[in-house]
Structure formats: C-alpha cells, structure tokens
Design a protein around this ligand. Structure first.
Ligand SMILES: [Zn+2]
Length: 390
C-alpha cells in the first residue's frame, strides 16, 4: 500500500451555494483550499478531482424518487418539492444543485475507492461530510449524503467492517439511519445533546436495529462542553470501540462547528482540541485499520476564523506533514481573506490552548458531573451489546 495521501478537490464544489443569507457559505471551502496551498501542502499530496457520483452510485443510499426530486428542483428551483425537504429554509433549491451535490458525493466515493484499492492510504474531502441527508430527503444543509455513499461503496467493493466517527457538533443522523440495520458499519457520533440542538436525535439509547445491536453509538454532550471535556469524552468511548471492532477502513467526519465561535451551536471547543482529535483519528486508522483513512469535512459556520484553519490542520495531518499549532499563517492568505470577505484573518494556526490537558477515564469519574454522566450513558447503552465492560 502506498503511503501517499490524496486530496479530493474540484473547484466546482464551491458552487454548493444556498445563497447569500445561508450560513453554509462556500467561501469556507475556497479559503480552506487556499490555506492548504499557502502552507505548500498541495505539493505533498496528489490533488485529484473525482467524477460526480452517477445514478447507480447515488442509489446505493438514496431513493430513486428523491433523486428525481433533486434533479427537478435543480432544473427549476421554484418547483422544489418541500415534502423531500427541498426548497426549505435549511435547504433552499438552487439551479444546478443536483450536479454539485453529486460532485461532492463523487469526491467522497472517489476517496473511498482510492483507499480501498490501495492507491493511497489516506484521502481527504473537506467539501464532504454532509451527514444529515437521509435516504429519502434533504436535511440540515445536506442534499446527498457523501459520507454514507462512501461507506456504501466500500461495502459494495467487499469491505466487511467499516467504522465511522463523526465529531461534528450535530448528530450524524443520516449516516446512522443509512446503516441502522447493518452490523458491518459501526457509527459513532459525538455531538451536542439533542435536547438543545438540531436534529434532536443522537440519544445514547439509539444503538442500532435488531441484528445490528450496538452498531450505533451516541455520545450526547452537555451544551458548553469545552476542550478538556470533549477530549475526555472522545478518548473514553472511541478508541475502545475501534480496537474491538477492528475496522478495515476508518471514515471520519470533522465538522468544525464544535468551536466556541461557531454561531449555530453551543459547545466551547478550540481549534487546538479539534486538531488533537484529528491526530487521534489518524492514529486510530494506523493502529486498527492498516492506515486506511477517509477524512471528511462537515459543518462549520465561523467560515473565516475557524473552518479554514481546522481543515488545513486535517489535510496536513493526513499528508504526514502536521502544522505546528503556533505556526504563523502566511500573509498572502490573510490578504486574500480580507479582499474576499472584508474580515480580518487569524494570524496563527492556534487558539492558544495548546497543549490541551484532559483527564483519562481510567483515572476515575465523578457521578455528579454532567459530562461524565454523558460518557457513562453512552458506555452503558452500547458497550455491553458489544461484549465490552461499561
Ligand atoms: Zn454540524
């Protein structure tokens, strides 16, 4: 297996644009791509544009009537069928939405194929991670579920065990739903508690259908959880499950909306903790999945200050050329940010919280602490189903 890493990118993915008043501003993708170049990472990896996902691929996850509805809305946005979640506040229809959504999905499917074939060990699609899209409907800014499609393609190619780790602040509901009955796919989502955040699912008790018991894992974190708590939760749940499941491939979703500056959610995680989790996912892929790692983006609505830095760290980690947290951001990129957005760009690749300290689960827990209660709830719901001690 080659050690090379592939960055999936087609400039046209920046056409995934719900309009000027929508929080998912595609400038976040463009600025991330430029920051990757500013650090010279494009010279360390193959930058590859995969073809758009075709009908037969989309149908691995999505219903045919839904695909037809997306295509119709794509041709005539005014005719969008709201019963499929299209033409709504969250998912306004726009001309060409089918094509660009299929293109983003194609990058994740292409990443999966390249990793499964062994062309590369890691592949990154930060335009992907659209984890809310359901088999039969759009949801939460997501039209086609590229994460589910990448996993479905891996299964089609013969994979028997795929693990999915989702650290977006929102529950990875679409991916969980797509593989709810499939014991070959272990989905683990860490997110803000459904009581306080969209999509109001991701309770610890959601553990998979009969025949796939324990294949869905949900860690529902209290609003306000910060770096130490977030890292403690990740390390108290994820590595044990991955070690036991022994995936052949690891697919991870790195929504940057856990950040304390994010306008749409209420966790208080820094860039430095996000980077630490990215490093941990990379290590898990090498330790348990022979290095096979597909890393995706996701949410993230602090589009200048957070998303480009977070995902540039992710790309660098996958490329094997980690950027130090205190690295200074190249001036050229900061000028481009100001020219495009009239916002001041950050100066360094850190929020100044490095190194992040956190306490291991082995050191004991506090039954009165809400974070520890969330961890216990997740472990008790699912660990026994997998034969692990809760
Ligand atoms: Zn999100």
């Amino acid at each position: 297996m080659s050690g090379r890493t592939q960055l999936m990118w087609d400039e046209a993915v920046t056409g995934y644009d719900f309009g000027p008043d929508h929080p998912m501003d595609p400038v976040r993708l463009a600025l991330t791509r430029r920051l990757v170049d500013a650090f010279g990472l494009d010279r360390e990896m193959d930058v590859v544009a995969a073809k758009a996902a075709g009908e037969s691929t989309l149908r691995l996850v999505h219903r045919e009537d839904y695909i037809e509805a997306v295509k119709a809305a794509s041709v005539d946005p005014r005719a969008a069928d709201m019963s499929y979640g299209l033409g709504t506040m969250d998912d306004p229809a726009f001309a060409g939405m089918h094509e660009v959504s299929a293109l983003i999905a194609g990058q994740s499917v292409g990443a999966a194929e390249a990793v499964w074939r062994g062309d590369v060990s890691h592949a990154v699609n930060f335009a992907g991670g659209l984890h809310h899209a359901m088999p039969g409907g759009a949801s939460g800014f997501c039209i086609y579920n590229d994460a589910s499609l990448a996993i479905a393609r891996l299964l089609e190619l013969g994979a028997e065990r795929v693990a999915y780790i989702d650290v977006d602040v929102h529950h990875g509901d679409g991916v969980q739903a797509a593989f709810w009955e499939d014991p070959r796919v272990l989905t683990i989502s860490l997110h803000e508690h459904p009581r306080t955040l969209f999509p109001q699912t991701g309770w610890p008790e959601e553990t998979g259908a009969d025949g796939a018991e324990g294949s869905a894992v949900n860690v529902a974190l209290p609003a306000g959880t910060g770096d130490a708590g977030w890292l403690r939760a990740f390390h108290s749940v994820v590595p044990e499950l991955i070690a036991d499941f022994r995936p052949q491939v690891l697919v991870t979703q790195h929504g940057a909306d856990t950040h304390f500056e994010d306008p749409l959610a209420h966790l208080a995680v820094s860039l430095d903790a996000q980077r630490a989790v990215q490093v941990a996912c990379h290590e898990l892929a090498h330790e348990y999945a022979e290095g096979r790692w597909i890393a995706l983006g996701g949410g993230g609505y602090a589009v200048v200050d957070v998303v480009p830095r977070s995902w540039t760290h992710l790309v660098a980690i996958a490329a094997g050329r980690e950027i130090a947290p205190d690295a200074v951001i190249p001036e050229g990129w900061r000028q481009e940010v100001f020219a495009r957005t009239r916002q001041l760009a950050p100066a360094r690749m850190t929020d100044g919280r490095w190194p992040v300290a956190w306490k291991s689960w082995e050191d004991g827990y506090d039954p009165a602490d809400r974070l520890d209660q969330a961890i216990v709830a997740a472990r008790r719901a699912v660990f026994p189903l997998r034969g692990l001690l809760a």
